[in-house]
Design a protein around this ligand. Structure first.
Ligand code: SF4
Length: 312
């Protein structure tokens, strides 16, 4: 488990404060609860729901990734039309190492996405009934200035994603070209399969010593957040974040328990697709959010200056 303030979120706070600050805004922070290659849960504190939602949207739709965008079908005698085949290929998540990703990201952000293209070939002829899988795609290198990235390999996150079934004698031969793009344009470029957040729950026991009748308050809780022990009801602090805010406890004991939430703290759950480590996805989402924020602040300041006002 790691915890601590995320430098990027803190950066947002200081940028706002540098420009005059916002009264009542506390420094944002992130505490990482769980971090794996493809999953992350974290608590984001000190922000409004709008900021939390901006981060969710950036994670889903503003982190550029590689996905197949053009397919040249040389031969296709399978049962699938060329277009359907191309669509299935486009939805195969492609994995790239972080160093190569940064180079591709710069290329994309400079508006040269057609110069950072990864090419693949696929050639399969069936001598018996068989399935063509993502593992049959062969990486053929980068085009243009990226052709020098000979050490970098792009490959599907899994080799067993089915593409098409072939009967004996059927054949598929094609070339596929992967480009950078964002989920805003098409879901095939999304780096994560799910991003969800909820308010940080607050469960308050109003009457601790309430005898046997309070046992049911704990019994109805599906997450074990409440515990009845020795005639007293208590909140199990280490389970608090699991509270589903279903209010079953409040219904069972209306005068004893109160459920509410902190609308400046959010528990995020992020599930990656394997195209990038999920920590990298969060970092890039925040970087791009900060860039937008800077653009917005600069535009507003320029407009105010043009009006001859500016900040006092
Ligand atoms: S709101 Fe639901 S999950 Fe939360 S403490 Fe009450 S019963 Fe448990």
């Amino acid at each position: 488990m790691r915890s601590g303030a995320c430098p990027l979120v803190v950066n947002v706070y200081y940028r706002v404060r540098e420009r005059g600050g916002v009264r009542g805004v506390q420094a944002p922070s992130i505490a990482i609860q769980k971090l794996g290659e493809n999953e992350c849960s974290m608590v984001l504190k000190g922000v409004t729901p709008a900021v939390a939602n901006a981060l969710r949207r950036a994670l889903m739709s503003d982190v550029p990734t590689l996905a197949i965008d053009e397919v040249v079908v040389v031969e296709n005698s399978s049962v699938l039309f060329d277009e359907v085949l191309a669509h299935r290929l486009a939805l195969i998540p492609l994995k790239v190492d972080v160093e190569t990703y940064e180079a591709l990201l710069s290329c994309f952000e400079e508006g040269r996405r057609d110069d950072c293209v990864a090419s693949f070939t696929l050639e399969v002829e069936a001598d018996r009934q068989m399935t063509v899988y993502s593992g049959h795609l062969k990486f053929a290198g980068f085009t243009g200035e990226f052709s020098s990235l000979a050490y970098a390999e792009v490959k599907p996150v899994s080799d067993i994603i089915p593409i098409v079934k072939l009967a004996p004698g059927q054949k598929v031969v094609l070339e596929a070209y992967a480009k950078m793009g964002t989920g805003k344009e098409h879901a095939k470029w999304q780096p994560v399969s799910a991003v969800a957040y909820k308010y940080y729950p607050k469960v308050t026991v109003l009457k601790r010593e309430c005898g046997e009748e309070c046992r049911k308050c704990a019994e109805v809780c599906p997450k074990g957040v409440l515990r009845w022990r020795g005639g007293a009801l208590e909140v199990v602090e280490e389970k608090l974040e699991e509270c589903a805010m279903c209010r079953a406890c409040e219904e069972a004991c209306p005068d004893v328990v109160r459920v509410s939430w902190d609308d400046t703290s959010f528990i995020f759950s992020i599930e990656g697709l394997g195209v990038l480590p999920v920590s990298k996805v969060v970092e890039v989402a925040m970087r791009r959010l900060l860039k937008r924020l800077d653009r917005l602040i600069n535009t507003v300041e320029a407009s105010l200056n043009a009006l001859g006002g500016g900040r006092a």
